[in-house]
Ligand binder design. Structure first.
Ligand code: AMP
Ligand code: ZN
Length: 117
């Protein structure tokens, strides 16, 4: 699904549905509907990009860096910086991607095993 009009994360990032827990000019974040850890936040670009493998140009690379900075701030706000947290991006079905708008999972608040499933 690549149509921006039908994209739930575009709607959430634009503030049309749901509740944002962080926002700046280019990035938005919200709690995951089905949390896998005490802290499970999704951080997204406001711009629609379907998958991380579509990130090709310098502008989008810079945008991904801004998402990492936002994730670090949210981790600090949620009190998980010291103990540790994980940023996860699933790319395509085989890796578990189910929403076709780039999102970074920020997971923390419990011990996280490795390797992931
Ligand atoms: P992924 O499987 O990596 O594409 O991750 C998609 C994530 O989006 C899952 O963790 C879902 O629980 C979450 N999710 C799906 N729809 C919503 C929604 N409307 N609001 C918040 N989280 C959502
Ligand atoms: Zn979108």
């Amino acid at each position: 699904m690549n149509k921006i009009d039908d994209c739930i994360f575009c709607k959430i990032a634009a503030g049309k549905v749901g509740k944002l827990i962080y926002e700046d000019d280019e990035v938005a974040a919200f709690d995951d509907l089905n949390p896998q850890a005490p802290v499970h936040v999704l951080i997204v670009p406001k711009k629609h990009i379907a998958r991380i493998s579509d990130v090709m140009n310098d502008s989008d690379v810079c945008l991904m860096g801004k998402i990492v900075v936002a994730a670090n701030k949210i981790a600090a706000d949620r009190g998980i910086s010291q103990d540790g947290y994980r940023l996860v991006i699933n790319c395509n079905e085989g890796a578990g991607q189910s929403v076709w708008h780039v999102h970074f999972h920020l997971l923390g608040g419990r011990s996280l095993s490795w390797p992931p499933g």
